[in-house]
Ligand binder design. Structure first.
Ligand code: ADP
Ligand code: MG
Length: 444
């Protein structure tokens, strides 16, 4: 969390959100929020009712975390209080932008999630071109298109991209872009008000149905059946369906019938982007925010954040907020200072004795068998001690086990070697470098 005056931070958050959602969404969900109090640890917000709180937490958690205090990683530290109702005040009703057929779509599509804003690389080229194919000829290419992949890799982005593209080509098509939760809520509401027919009519008259996060349909048997019926009705009329999920169909705990339906069309995976693509994404996002980001810095960040594009975006937001506030240029040092805690540790390869011996042998130009042997000749005994030192430093094995890997030495031999090399490293620059390079080699 950046240090900034809290009220300013909140306003910055609102400015940021305003660019990310439609005016109607902003008016419905964010405008009514009242900032009650705020410290470095906790922010208290007043919202009109419990639905607003749920909606905000379901849809904007990450954005909250990027700007506001967190109680644990990914969990914003926000206390919501519900506004006391004034008697005559009408209950809070989200105002849907009314523009007949495309009303739902307008409300739900993120305007930044277009194909143009989606950076292509080897990890997502296939799925992007499938999405573009569907958007170009809805109902005529792959149906359904099923996109699956991990969190924050661009599934929702592509889904909305399809929606934008279709809408641009034909404003009259009936398109709905829903989350699976949205579908379930809709169903609950219509069941309650005994208007299920109305809902069925609505869904079954669509030309394009875009469904986000189908994994949330798992273990919801009653809802699954209705979804499956809707699905079949649309597919039989050659209406386009696109579904996203965190897993491929076969791994979802859904009925065989629905799984089989989802596998009818094209199942496409979206994977984590490679380094080059991450750099391009960072540069693109920085440009969108008007942030000057030298290639070197983008590269530096991309090297440290690699699993999730949403985190790359969070990094840009944080960096941009910091540099704007402190009126500083973006540099590697500042990136490290402000983003250090977001950086992911490079997964360590498990270190083995064989790996250590091979690397030490090649660094000191001796044979592995000599390191394992008993020769006391200095040109062999010293590298052996270095290998023992590295084994103790880099492995979690007991000293006994390490010792036995060196031709049955005792654990005190290993300790002696470790002490000797540790001491020498403090003063011997050449040895320090040799050890550093050997370590890198072992971990590479
Ligand atoms: P998912 O739905 O897979 O969890 P999102 O579609 O919400 O992920 O993507 C997370 C964020 O990362 C979004 O803001 C999106 O714009 C961005 N993003 C993901 N992939 C790309 C990409 N290839 N190019 C540009 N932005 C991307
Ligand atoms: Mg998503």
């Amino acid at each position: 969390m950046l240090e900034c005056k809290q009220k300013e931070c909140w306003n910055q958050f609102l400015d940021f959100i305003k660019q990310r959602c439609s005016p109607a969404e902003f008016e419905n969900w964010f405008r009514p929020i009242v900032l009650i109090s705020s410290t470095d640890e906790l922010i208290t917000l007043e919202v009109p009712n419990i639905f607003v709180r749920e909606y905000l937490l379901d849809n904007y958690k990450q954005e909250f975390c990027d700007f506001l205090p967190e109680k644990s990683p990914g969990e914003p530290s926000i206390e919501f209080v519900i506004a006391k109702k004034v008697v005559q005040e009408p209950t809070f009703q989200p105002q849907v932008e009314v523009d007949n057929s495309s009303a739902i779509l307008k409300l739900k599509l993120n305007k930044l999630y277009t194909f143009e804003n989606f950076i292509e690389g080897p990890s997502n080229q296939f799925v992007k071109s499938a999405a573009q194919g569907v958007a170009l000829h809805p109902g005529k290419s792959y149906n359904p298109l099923f996109i699956h992949g991990g969190v924050g890799l661009g599934k929702t982005h592509l889904l909305h991209g399809i929606g934008h593209h279709i809408l641009k080509g034909n404003k009259r098509l009936n398109i709905a872009c829903i989350t699976t939760e949205g579908f379930i809520n809709d169903l609950v509401e219509h069941l309650k008000s005994k208007t299920l027919d109305k809902m069925k009519r609505f869904y079954r008259n669509l030309d394009v149905l875009l469904v986000d996060d189908i994994q949330f349909l798992q273990n919801r048997l009653n809802f699954e059946e209705e979804f499956c019926n809707t699905f079949e009705s649309l597919i039989h009329q050659n209406k386009q369906i696109v579904i996203t999920s965190d897993k491929p169909p076969s791994q979802l705990k859904l009925s065989e019938r629905l799984i089989a339906r989802m596998e009818w069309g094209l199942v496409a995976n979206i994977a984590a982007p490679d380094l080059e693509t991450r750099v391009a994404i960072l540069q693109h996002k920085a440009e969108l925010k008007g942030l000057k980001m030298p290639h070197k810095v983008a590269f530096f960040i991309a090297e440290h954040i690699y699993n999730n594009v949403r985190q790359l975006e969070g990094a840009i937001n944080r960096l941009s907020a910091y540099c704007r506030m402190m009126q500083q240029e973006v540099t590697e040092d500042i990136a490290e200072q402000t983003l250090g805690e977001m950086f992911e540790e490079t997964p360590k390869k498990s270190v083995t004795i064989d790996g250590i011996l091979a690397s030490v042998a090649s660094m000191f130009n001796v044979k592995v068998s000599e390191l394992r042997g008993t020769s006391r000749e200095k040109k062999i005994a010293f590298p052996r001690q270095v290998a023992m030192y590295l084994a103790k430093e880099m492995m979690n094995d007991s000293l006994m086990k390490v010792a036995s890997s060196f031709g049955g030495k005792t654990h005190s031999t290993v300790i002696h070697a470790w002490k000797k090399v540790s001491k020498q490293v403090e003063t011997d620059e050449t040895l320090r470098r040799q050890i550093l390079m050997t370590k890198r080699n072992i971990e590479a």
